[in-house]
Write a protein that binds this ligand. Structure first.
Ligand code: DAH
Length: 400
């Protein structure tokens, strides 16, 4: 049975002597066991277990002595008990230290030279301990080093940076906004009136417990990067030419082409005399820069609350060169149509200028928004959007 501190009721010197003797013999026995590495119980480092058992601040034997002996002692015995506990403390601390040195010594010399109970001069022990410590820190500089694989840029970030570079070359700068947005920025100021059905096209994740706030102040995870348009226009006056990359969230079930988290790049240009021609020229150039100069673009009527008119941009299918047929079979990538839909865009709706104090009679502008994963999927021929988020290095290292 391992030693346990007994609760004292008799505090006479004779009873105390007996209790102290019992404790010391347990201490000695356990310290020998540790030095001979006969572990007290399975424990990675028997010396640490020994130290903790006796000295742990929380429930070590020394702490228990304070509680079970000293605190329990009646007034007249307090001093006597106090002195004994103090002495025991010094003894335990000394034994723990000696046990450690003996262990280090035992490792430094062949085991047959040292036996439990051997008396070793303190300075010799010290010297051995130092030698052991130094030896354990030796580095063999002739060994080959550890080769750490060089990471690769994530394909989504890579695509994002490529897109941004295209627009930077056209004079656009980069703006960012928060992922946790208010209803005002994500919807209202983008001309989605409260309860407007256009909100349903973006299955929104709202932060819970905000019923007491006015609707426009309620927080949500932004469903698109378009709110950065509003934040930018509040911050600066025209001319504005920005792209806004970032992460967006929708309550979408996950499948090969949908993920509840994905990335977008927003674009906004506002100035005097900006026309639909500027929008077409800019996006046509950007698509050619991304997918090759053979690619054609086509603008297809669409609807977004914050643009008027609005359009979806399609590019000629990069898999079948816009023919709709590949290797004699209907092209699967464009469903044989020859066109692939890539992004939304339009001329900024004058209502939006009302929310940011721009003079709608003086300025006009265009905006666009595109999904980064979608572009990366096309560019790299990836067949499952989940690959971007699963962290599988076999997939990711292909983009290095
Ligand atoms: N925010 C839209 C979406 O996520 C995309 C979009 C369409 C952005 C038209 C625009 C735009 O700036 O003009 O569905």
């Amino acid at each position: 049975m391992p030693y346990t501190v007994s609760k004292l009721t008799d505090f006479s010197p004779a009873a105390l002597d007996a209790a102290v003797r019992e404790l010391l013999s347990a201490l000695e026995e356990e310290s020998e066991a540790v030095v001979c590495e006969q572990q007290m119980e399975p424990y990675e480092n028997p010396w640490k277990a020994f130290r903790d058992r006796w000295m742990a601040r929380k429930n070590g034997i020394l702490t228990q002595l304070n509680d079970l002996w000293l605190k329990a002692a009646p007034g007249p015995s307090k001093k006597d008990v106090g002195q004994r506990v103090n002495e025991l403390r010094k003894t335990v601390e000394g034994m723990v230290e000696v046990a450690q040195k003996r262990l280090l010594f035992a490792k430094a010399v062949p085991t047959e030279v040292i036996h439990p109970g051997i008396e070793v001069p303190a300075d010799e022990l010290e010297a051995y301990a130092k030698r052991v410590a130094l030896a354990s820190q030796r580095v063999d500089i002739t060994l080959p080093g550890i080769r750490r694989p060089i990471g690769a840029e994530h394909p989504v970030i890579k695509t994002m940076n490529e897109m941004i570079a295209v627009f930077r070359n056209l004079g656009f700068s980069v703006e960012e906004g928060p992922e946790v947005e208010t209803d005002f920025y994500n919807f209202e100021a983008l001309n989605f009136p409260p309860n407007h059905p256009a909100r349903d096209t973006q299955d929104t994740l709202f932060i819970a417990g905000q019923e007491s706030k006015p609707p426009r102040d309620r927080l949500l995870l932004r469903t698109h990067t378009s709110p950065v348009q509003i934040r930018t226009m509040q911050k600066m006056k025209p001319p504005v030419r920005v792209v806004c990359p970032g992460k967006v969230h929708r309550n979408d079930a996950l499948d090969a082409t949908h993920s509840p988290i994905f990335h977008q790049i927003e674009g906004l240009a506002v100035d005097t005399n900006i026309t639909f021609c500027d929008l077409k020229g800019t996006l046509d150039h950007a698509m050619k820069a991304m997918f090759g100069s053979n690619v054609k673009t086509r603008f297809y009527p669409s609807f977004f609350p914050f643009t008027e008119p609005s359009a979806d941009v399609q590019i000629s299918c990069i898999f079948c060169d816009g023919k709709g047929v590949r290797d004699g079979a209907p092209c699967r990538n464009c469903k044989a149509s020859g066109w692939i839909e890539l992004l939304g865009c339009g001329m900024v709706d004058p209502n939006v200028y009302g929310f940011v104090d721009y003079d709608a009679s003086k300025y006009s502008g265009f905006a666009f928004g595109m999904g980064v994963e979608r572009i990366a999927i096309l560019k790299y021929g990836v067949d499952d959007i989940q690959l971007f988020f699963s962290g599988d290095v076999r997939f990711l290292e292909q983009f290095g």
